[in-house]
Design a protein around this ligand. Structure first.
Ligand code: GUN
Length: 292
């Protein structure tokens, strides 16, 4: 059939929710094996203040813990909490052997230095993977560390498709400590072997750089910023952004991109559930490391 008569199919929508549940089932098996050895797995989540989105995220993490058989302890702190008070809570959790993973929900209250909080968590309990030792291990290609959950979830989504990373051009839009920077490292590391460009607010000709990407990861938090003209036909487009707009939630990627791309991750139901799955996986790994 001539190609112009081929029916238009559109991008494959990557089902992060279903993949996340598969991973959580695997984690539940690992947790059962630890339970049989008499080890209970416990994650502590610290949340300061009343940011509604953060409370939704924390509730989703607690639900995932229930699915995986992981016990969770939630510590609610007031929005007036300062750095010293938050570090005091972290230090109590660090020294409690029944707690295997510690997560301090971001954003912290105004004026609280998140880097100082990340550094105060014991690296072996740092299930967010934000401690400088864990990020340093990622830079060095040392697989002993706990990896940041969102970029490792994206790597699992790429893995589950038949997209070839070796020799591909990847563009990461955004340079945050939590997503953009570790994402770029994971894509470039040995074994993944993509050639990576990081694009940020000071980059010129963003659109033309993005339009050459075989893999485009958008992580800026700007609703529908990536339009179809930014996307190479057939590209794998990962949408990490999530913004509240009139009428619901929006990713960084405009809906029309699915007419150009080969794969698109949806918002919601894409990267978000994968982040939670990787948090569960990190909590299991942290417990295994602490108890064997
Ligand atoms: N807030 C938004 N995403 C995250 C995350 O991955 N970890 C933490 N601790 N806070 C967040």
């Amino acid at each position: 059939m001539p190609s112009d008569l081929r029916p238009y199919v559109g991008a494959h929508i990557v089902d992060g929710k279903s993949l996340s549940l598969d991973i959580q089932r695997e984690v539940a098996e690992g947790v059962s094996a630890l339970n049989e050895r008499g080890v209970e797995v416990r994650l502590a989540v610290v949340i300061a203040g009343d940011d509604p989105a953060s409370h939704v995220y924390v509730r989703n993490k607690e639900r995932a813990c229930e699915r995986c058989g992981i016990l969770s302890t939630r510590i609610d702190m007031p929005s007036t909490s300062n750095l010293e008070e938050m570090i005091e809570v972290v230090e109590q959790l660090n020294s409690d052997p029944s707690i295997h993973g510690i997560l301090v929900q971001s954003p912290a209250p105004d004026g609280v230095n998140e880097l100082a909080i990340a550094s105060s968590i014991l690296p072996q309990k740092d299930v967010d993977g934000f401690h400088p030792i864990n990020l340093g291990r990622l830079v060095q290609g040392d697989s002993m560390g706990l990896l940041p959950c969102t970029p490792s979830g994206v790597m699992r989504m790429l893995d589950s498709s038949d997209v070839r990373l070796e020799g591909s051009r990847a563009v990461v839009l955004g340079r945050s400590r939590i997503v953009g920077m570790p994402m770029a490292l994971m894509l470039a590391q040995k074994g993944s072997d993509a050639t990576v460009t990081i694009v940020h607010s000071r980059t010129s000709e963003i659109e033309s750089i993005c339009s050459e990407a075989d893999i485009l990861v958008a992580a800026v938090g700007s609703a529908h910023m990536v339009g179809p003209q930014w996307v190479k036909p057939g590209a794998f487009v990962v949408d990490v952004g999530i913004s509240r707009i009139e009428g619901g939630l929006a990713g960084d990627v405009a809906p029309e991109v699915s007419e150009i791309a080969g794969w698109v991750t949806p918002v919601p139901g894409g990267v978000g559930p994968m982040t939670i799955a990787m948090l569960m996986k990190n909590t299991l790994s942290a417990t295994e490391m602490q108890t064997t």
